[in-house]
Design a protein around this ligand. Structure first.
Ligand code: RIB
Length: 313
């Protein structure tokens, strides 16, 4: 495999507690789940593993706390198959945790996340991370860390002409001057609405939201529209890349698989158009499996899906 793209993924590292339920419980209701698991999660590490399996050379940077999960986190990361990683540790702060319901009904998920240590990136840790950013072709981040740290990293990447991708999940307000330093932003419909004030329900509204993000200074916008595909807006035109069909069992981390694969293909020199199609195929494979980080698809699985899809269209 031709691995030339170096991607620095700076992001969250969580312990995910997942329960599989026939449907989401109602407020006040206790519902019997038919399966459960506890394991590695967090948008940062999910995207890093996806990008690595999609062919990129990854340096993941994240942070955990000091609690009963510290050793487990180190073991999990050692076995995650990443080329290089840096895991900072916070004293007296818990490791990030996410509680996830996955419903059999539509394979939808519901997540509440307590970011814990992820929100405590210090100035010194940013300084160390800046050296990694400088040596990368792409910086990929999400918004599950403290925004001042992300801001410093994005500004540095911009100064060094490192391509920056921001997946604005979960939503936090982004300081206005930062938009112009982001090369590519990848909100879903909810995040696009929170960022722009425009309710995104179809292609037309997605185009309007993308236009607002361009006005704020972002050159390239991809709005993921779930089963409606992804709207790519750049160079004065828009393109709707259809969703690649899947037999979905678990949509948790679908956005992470998309963003990781997208970064990997861009780092390898693909155009945005080609990278979005590959990322859609990759995400389509991801939702056909349960789990997130450790069940991210291989390059071969995504390529097979893509060839089948291209034959079909
Ligand atoms: O995108 C899925 C991820 O969101 C989960 O792994 C969970 O940790 C939350 O960060």
């Amino acid at each position: 495999m031709n691995q030339k793209g170096r991607v620095c993924v700076f992001g969250s590292f969580n312990i995910d507690a997942v329960v599989n339920v026939p449907r989401f419980p109602k407020p006040g209701e206790s519902l019997i789940a038919h399966d459960s698991m506890t394991g590695l999660g967090g948008k940062g590490i999910n995207q890093a593993i996806a990008a690595s399996r999609a062919g990129a050379r990854i340096h993941f940077i994240g942070k955990i706390g000091t609690d009963e999960y510290t050793d487990i986190c180190h073991r999990m990361l050692d076995n995650a198959g990443l080329e290089i990683f840096t895991l900072f540790t916070a004293e007296n702060v818990p490791t990030g945790k996410a509680l996830i319901f996955v419903s059999d009904d539509g394979a939808e998920n519901m997540i509440a996340v307590h970011p814990g240590a992820n929100m405590t990136i210090t100035h010194e840790e940013v300084e160390r991370a800046l050296k990694v950013v400088e040596a990368s072709d792409i910086l990929l981040t999400q918004l599950e860390n403290n925004i001042d740290a992300l801001q410093a990293l994005i500004e540095k990447a911009h100064r060094e002409s490192v391509y920056t991708i921001v997946n604005p999940a979960p939503y936090q307000p982004i300081p206005e001057p930062l938009f112009a330093k982001i090369d590519l932003i990848t909100p879903n419909t909810t995040e696009a609405e929170l960022l722009t004030g425009i309710e995104v329900i179809d292609r037309t509204s997605a185009e309007k939201a993308a236009a607002v993000l361009h006005q704020k200074g972002v050159e390239n916008v991809i709005i993921t529209l779930g089963s409606k595909g992804a709207l790519l807006s750049h160079e004065g035109r828009t393109q709707l890349v259809p969703c690649i069909p899947a037999d979905a069992v678990d949509t948790t981390g679908a956005g992470d698989s998309f963003n990781g694969a997208l970064a990997a293909r861009l780092a390898d020199g693909d155009t945005l158009e080609k990278a979005v199609i590959f990322a859609s195929a990759y995400a389509s494979c991801a939702v056909e499996k349960h789990g997130t980080a450790l069940t991210m698809p291989t390059m071969e699985e995504a390529q097979k899906k893509m060839s089948a899809y291209c034959e079909f269209v």
